[in-house]
Design a protein around this ligand. Sequence first.
Ligand code: NI
Length: 185
Amino acid sequence: MTANDIITIPNPLLRERSKRVGHIDAEVQELAAGMISATLDWEAGREHEFGAALAAVQIAKPHRVVVIRNDFDHKEDQSFSVFINPEIVKAEGEPAEELEGCLSVKDIYGSVARYPKVKIKALNLDGRPVRVTATGFLARVFQHEIDHTNGIVFVDRIEDPHKLFRLESNGKFTPVNPDKAPAQS
Ligand code: NI
């Protein structure tokens, strides 16, 4: 799988709920491997961006599988963890806004409110139950990816158009909806 396999809005599949995985077999393992290679290929083609995670629906496979980078701070660490049927069992703290992006929303970033701490339950690729207590950016990533499994894209959570920004080719953000210039007198 490559960056070309990643679907983008307005593809209607991105607004569909993904199906639970009933049985973890070679097909699911192949799916996860394909998601990881597509994410790394996407990142290789984009100078200013980091491929933090992907949900299976983003390669047009609507199954509840997400892959998340193990190290968000070092691009050279290209390892991922796989979470199958991930669920938030508890969200804690006051939601806070930070800029986030998505491989399925080209060049657009937006300020989205997310809980600072979430407890996750999922299965790993061996079919064993895993529990994660995530804080900070990892908590944000889990909420973003679990949204994908429920057919929600981050822009769906942004009502104020002033909270949307475009990533320019120089790596800087500019407002998508700049306020009109004041009227000339
Ligand atoms: Ni996304």
